[in-house]
Ligand binder design. Structure first.
Ligand SMILES: [Fe+2]
Ligand SMILES: [Fe+2]
Length: 304
C-alpha cells in the first residue's frame, strides 16, 4: 500500500508555477559550443580508453550527450501515450487527475520537442552525421503491451534517474556547457512532478491487486529493462561508428570493442543501474511488496 503525502491538485499547482517554454530554453537557431563538455565526465567516464587523446575524449562526450538527449526523447514517445491513456481512463471521473495527466502528456511532448530541437542543432553544428536510435513508436507499442503496473514502474524508474543525474552531477557544475546544463535543469523541474504522478497512478493501479498479479507486473518490468539494455547496446555500437566518422580515425577491432564496451557500460549505469538502486524507487516497490523490492534490488549488479 502506497502512502503519499501529495495529490493531483498540488502536483498541478507546482507544475503551473515552474513551467517554461521551449523558446525560453532553446531559441530557434541557437549555436552549440563544442569547446565545452556537455554531460559531466562523472556520468560518462572512460579513463581506461587510453588510446583516445583529450580532444577525442571530448568528442566522445559530445556524441554521448547527444545520444543521451535522444534517448529521453525516444522513451518520451511511450510516456506521452501512457499519460493520455491514463487520462482517458479517468474520463468523467477525477478532474484533478485528468488535468495532472494531460499536463504530464503536454510537458513530455514539449520535452521531446526541446530534445529534438537540440539534436537538430547538434547535427547542424557537429559537422558529421550522428547515429542515434530511431523508431520510438515501434518500441512504444511493445512497452505499452505490457502490464500497466510494469509500464508505470519503468516510467517512475526513468523519471527518478533523470532527476538524480541533474541533482547529483549537473547542478552547479561550472565545468560543463551552461546551455546543456540549462536543458537538464528545465527537464528536471518538470520531471519532479511527473514522478509524483507516477506514484499516484501506481497507487490507483495497485489497489486491490494481489501478490501474484504484482509479481507478473514485476516480471514485465524486468523484461522491459532487458529489452532497454539491448537498445543501449545498439546505441553504444552506433557511437563507435559516429566516433570513427567524426574523428576521421580508424579504430582497431580491439579499440572499437573497448569503446563500445565503455559506452554500453555507461548507458547501463545511467539508465538502468541508477534506477535499480534509487532510494525512492525501492521504497515505492517495498511499500507495494517487500519481495518485489528485494528482487529488483538484486538486479542492480547485472547492470553495474
Ligand atoms: Fe521528460
Ligand atoms: Fe517525465
Amino acid at each position: 500500500m502506497l502512502n503519499l503525502n501529495f495529490d493531483y491538485k498540488t502536483v498541478v499547482k507546482t507544475s503551473e508555477r515552474v513551467e517554461w517554454t521551449l523558446d525560453d530554453v532553446l531559441p530557434e537557431g541557437t549555436r552549440l559550443d563544442f569547446s565545452r563538455l556537455f554531460l559531466p565526465p562523472v556520468l560518462v567516464p572512460g579513463a581506461e580508453l587510453t588510446f583516445l587523446s583529450d580532444a577525442e575524449q571530448r568528442l566522445r562526450n559530445h556524441i554521448t550527450s547527444n545520444a543521451y538527449l535522444n534517448l529521453f526523447a525516444f522513451v518520451e514517445e511511450y510516456i506521452i501515450a501512457m499519460a493520455l491513456q491514463h487520462a482517458h481512463a479517468e474520463m468523467f471521473g477525477d478532474h484533478d487527475a485528468i488535468r495532472a495527466l494531460c499536463r504530464f502528456a503536454d510537458e513530455e511532448t514539449k520535452h521531446q520537442a526541446l530534445f529534438k530541437r537540440y539534436c537538430a542543432a547538434f547535427d547542424r553544428d557537429f559537422g558529421h552525421p550522428c547515429d542515434v536510435l530511431s523508431s520510438p513508436a515501434e518500441v512504444a507499442g511493445v512497452i505499452l503491451g505490457k502490464a500497466p503496473i510494469a509500464v508505470m514502474l519503468v516510467t517512475l524508474h526513468l523519471e527518478l534517474i533523470t532527476q538524480l543525474h541533474y541533482t547529483d552531477s549537473v547542478k552547479d557544475n561550472a565545468a560543463i556547457d551552461p546551455l546543456f546544463a540549462k536543458l537538464l535543469k528545465c527537464h528536471w523541474i518538470e520531471e519532479s512532478q511527473h514522478a509524483r504522478i507516477d506514484q499516484l497512478e501506481l497507487q490507483k493501479l495497485t489497489r486491490g491487486v494481489d501478490r501474484a498479479q504484482l509479481q507478473l507486473a514485476v516480471d514485465d518490468y524486468v523484461e522491459l529493462l532487458g529489452a532497454f539494455d539491448g537498445l543501449l547496446k545498439s546505441q553504444a555500437e552506433m557511437d563507435c561508428a559516429t566516433f570513427e566518422r567524426a574523428s576521421q580515425r580508424g579504430l582497431s577491432d580491439e579499440q572499437r570493442k573497448a569503446l563500445a564496451g565503455v559506452q554500453h557500460r555507461n548507458y547501463r549505469r545511467l539508465f538502468l543501474h541508477a534506477g535499480l538502486v534509487h532510494k525512492m524507487f525501492l521504497e515505492t516497490l517495498g511499500s507495494l511488496d517487500p519481495d518485489a523490492r528485494a528482487r529488483v534490488a538484486g538486479l542492480a549488479g547485472t547492470y553495474a
